[in-house]
Write a protein that binds this ligand. Structure first.
Ligand code: FMN
Length: 273
C-alpha cells in the first residue's frame, strides 16, 4: 500500500511527478490530477521523487507529509562541500570518551538517505557504540586470529597478520587503532547491488561524521578478516546471508589537521569516437 494521495486544493496539475517518476507509473485522471493504479503500485521504487519534486507540496506517499521534508534551500555552498571532501582525514588516534549516542543516531539517520541500487535500502548497520564493547570485540577478534595462526589456516596472502598480532601483543593495535566505535555495513547477498550500496553508505557516513567532528578510518584489515575468518561476522551478529564488505572505525579525533593535503592529480581516459 503506497498511500499515494494528492491535496487537490494545492496541486496545480503541473505533471512534474509524472515526468520524473523513474518507473513511469503515475498517471493523470480525467481532471489532470496524478494517481497510481493498484496494479502498478507494486512497481514503485519508493524513492519519493514524486513527493520531493512537487512544487506545491501537494503530494504524499508512504504516509509522508511533504512539509516535514528538509527544504532543498538548506544546501551547503559548493566551497563548504569542497572543504569537507578536501579536509576529511583518516583518523588513527582517538580520544578515550565515546561519541554521544544521539550523534551516532543522527549519523545513521542521515546515512539512511544515501542512494542504493533500485532504492533497495536493504542495508544493516552493525554498530559498536561504546568503548567497553569495542574492547571486548577487539580481544575476541585477536583471539580468533591467534587460533587461525596456531592452526596454520591463515591463507598465504594474509600471513602478515601474524606480525599484526605480535604488534597487538606488544601494545600497539594496528588493526583497530584504539577506536571506541565500529560500524559495518552489510546487505543480503544476491539482491540488487549490495556491495556498492555498502560502500556508498559508508562513504556518506564517513563524510557526514567529519562534519560532526567525529573522526573515522576505513578498516580494510577487518574486511580482510571477514574474508579469511568469517566466524568474526558471527561475533558481530552480522546476518549469515549478508555480504559484509566494509567497516569504519570511528570516534573523537585526538589530533587536529590544520590544513588539507594536496592531491589534485588524477588519470583520465577520454575515448575518441
Ligand atoms: C577501502 C579502504 C580501506 C582502508 N583500510 C585501512 C586500514 O585497514 N587501516 C588504516 O589505517 N587505514 C585504512 N585506509 C585509509 C587509507 O590509508 C587512507 O584513506 C589514505 O591513506 C588517504 O588518507 P586520508 O584518508 O587521510 O585522506 C583505508 C582506506 C580505504 C579507502
Amino acid at each position: 500500500m503506497l498511500e499515494f494521495s494528492i491535496d487537490r486544493k494545492k496541486c496545480r496539475r503541473c505533471s512534474l511527478c509524472m515526468e520524473d517518476c523513474p518507473v513511469s507509473i503515475i498517471e493523470k485522471d480525467s481532471e489532470g490530477f496524478p494517481f497510481i493504479t493498484k496494479e502498478k503500485e507494486k512497481l514503485c521504487l519508493k524513492c519519493q521523487h514524486c513527493l520531493a519534486i512537487c512544487p506545491d507540496a501537494a503530494l504524499s506517499i508512504l504516509g509522508k507529509n511533504p512539509d516535514e521534508s528538509m527544504p532543498a534551500s538548506d544546501m551547503p555552498a559548493a566551497k563548504q562541500v569542497e572543504a569537507l571532501i578536501r579536509n576529511r582525514r583518516s583518523i588513527r588516534h582517538f580520544k578515550k570518551n565515546d561519541v554521544e549516542f544521539e550523534t551516532i543516531r543522527s549519523l545513521l539517520c542521515v546515512t539512511a538517505n544515501c542512494p542504493t541500487g533500485e532504492n533497495m535500502r536493504a542495508l544493516t548497520f552493525t554498530i559498536i557504540d561504546n568503548r567497553e564493547d569495542m574492547e571486548k570485540f577487539v580481544v575476541k577478534a585477536y583471539g580468533l586470529l591467534e587460533k587461525r595462526i596456531e592452526e596454520g589456516t591463515l591463507p598465504e596472502r594474509f600471513r602478515f597478520y601474524a606480525a599484526l598480532l605480535r604488534r597487538y601483543k606488544s601494545g600497539r593495535d594496528i588493526i583497530f587503532r584504539g577506536a571506541p566505535h565500529l560500524i559495518v555495513a552489510s546487505a543480503p547477498k544476491g539482491e540488487g547491488t549490495p556491495e556498492a550500496d555498502c560502500f556508498i553508505a559508508l562513504s556518506y557516513f564517513d563524510l557526514y561524521a567529519y562534519s560532526l567532528k567525529v573522526g573515522t578510518v576505513w578498516v580494510g584489515f577487518l574486511a580482510f578478516m571477514f574474508e579469511f575468518m568469517p566466524e568474526i561476522k558471527d561475533v558481530l551478529g552480522i546476518p549469515a546471508d549478508h555480504e559484509a564488505p566494509y567497516a569504519l572505525l570511528f570516534g573523537k579525533a585526538k589530533y587536529k589537521y590544520p590544513r588539507g593535503v594536496q592531491r589534485d592529480d588524477f588519470r583520465i581516459n577520454r575515448p575518441e569516437f
